[in-house]
Design a protein around this ligand. Structure first.
Ligand code: ADP
Length: 396
């Protein structure tokens, strides 16, 4: 079975074609600047790059070029589009209705549209990719995989906010959590490596990248997570503020006459380690700047590690019994220094890091010592493979 995985943003589209016989990625690519001058598709296949530079006014045109690239006689990997058995689409918000991945039906589309009020930039963009596939490949089934679905197992005590209950009942305002596809993949992979069944596995999954979230997984299910109604809550991120006193928002809005839209933009795009440091949202730039004596870059990194520690420690208490702490995402997989800083202070709980094992980037490995009370691991995440697997299961 061959499955195309599509992750559509407002002006970009990432794709991977999987051969599910061996779960191999046959080809992957990225379309950028959809609807903007300079549209461009770059397809990568074993180090070879195939580029299409042509105006792409909308997602349907972009998807049509993706199909051209897939079947291109020189650079393609399949002879005809009929070889594609199904398409898996990433959706950011599934609200309370979408508790797992689903074959696309009118009901599923209604749920996606309903949840769009909480993901106004993402869900409509995700839907454009779906619409394009429905138009261009009318006989191929489409599956929706949601970032929020994995977290629908959280109990009320972790998903409710401390505000009047009517806001939950009437408006569905609650914590939803994101990065669910990644946390789900990490949970399954960790269970494999621990040689335990998923149902018996308790982990703390730290997905640290441009966007970062940590999930407490109890018996293989999400029990608590740092992101909330939207992906703004929790850790200090590249450009997102994470947790803050809500009074900060109302104060700035009143003082500077800032609208809700502008405030959203400030908190999502101008805050986080970028806002604090004034240097960059990229952790490599921050590490370099801090090494060169930039104090605000150092403070921003310290804020990131401090809050990460706080959540990991809190989740250890919530879970009572933890099999492993797992690092993933661009920072979690690659930053040796960040992992070391985050885990400082956990020695008192018997968690010990092996500096040599930690001195490796990427891949899949244990970085704790043999006598550490809790295993600490690095696992490279693979959201696309998870989407392809769910899609295969649903269309089989
Ligand atoms: P996204 O959330 O967009 O998927 P990633 O998971 O790719 O992002 O993470 C990007 C972040 O990972 C960037 O801040 C980048 O600086 C950081 N990163 C990648 N490699 C390294 C590294 N070797 N050392 C430190 N940080 C790294």
């Amino acid at each position: 079975m061959k499955i195309l995985v599509i992750n559509c943003g407002s002006s970009s589209l990432k794709y991977q074609l999987f051969n599910m016989e061996n779960e191999e990625v046959m080809v992957k690519g990225l379309v950028e600047r959809i609807g903007i001058e300079g549209s461009r598709l770059v397809q990568k296949n074993n180090g070879d790059e195939f580029v299409i530079e042509q105006a792409m006014e909308n997602h349907t045109q972009a998807v049509s070029h993706v199909f051209d690239a897939l079947i291109d006689s020189e650079n393609g990997v399949i002879d005809s589009l009929e070889e594609i058995d199904a398409v898996g689409h990433r959706f950011v918000h599934g609200g309370e209705k979408m508790t797992k991945s689903a074959l696309i039906t009118d009901e599923v589309k209604d749920a996606i549209n309903e949840a769009a009020k909480f993901a106004p930039l993402h869900n409509p963009a995700n839907l454009m990719g779906l619409k394009a596939c429905e138009e261009l490949l009318p006989n191929v089934p489409n599956v929706a995989v949601f970032d929020t679905a994995f977290h629908q197992t959280m109990p009320a005590k972790t998903y409710l906010y401390g505000i009047e209950y009517k806001y939950y009942e009437e408006d569905a305002i609650r914590k939803y959590g994101f990065h669910g596809t990644s946390h789900n993949y990490i949970t399954n992979r960790a269970a494999d490596l621990l040689e335990k069944s998923v149902e018996d596995t308790n982990i703390i999954s730290a997905h640290l990248g441009n966007g970062s979230s940590i999930t407490a997984v109890k018996n293989g299910k999400s029990f608590d997570t740092t992101m909330g109604l939207t992906p703004l809550e929790g850790l200090v991120m590249g450009t997102r503020s994470g947790d803050l006193d809500p009074a900060v928002v109302t104060y700035i809005e009143e003082k500077d006459g800032v609208s809700a839209d502008e405030m959203n933009n400030i908190l999502n795009k101008k805050s986080g380690v970028l806002g604090v440091s004034g240097v960059s949202s990229d952790f490599r730039d921050l590490e370099d700047a801090a090494k060169n004596g930039n104090e605000r870059a150092q403070v921003a990194l310290d804020m990131f590690t401090t809050r990460t520690k706080r959540y990991i420690a809190g989740y250890m208490a919530e879970l009572e019994n933890v099999d492993a702490i797992v690092f993933t995402g661009g920072i979690g997989e690659n930053s040796i220094e960040m992992r070391e800083d985050i885990l400082k202070g956990f020695e008192q709980f018997g968690i010990k890091i092996d500096p040599e094992a930690n001195n490796i980037r990427g891949g899949e490995h244990v970085i704790s010592t043999a006598d550490s009370k809790v295993k600490v691991m690095v696992i490279a995440t693979n959201e696309e493979l998870m989407i392809a697997r769910d899609t295969q299961d649903l269309v089989k």
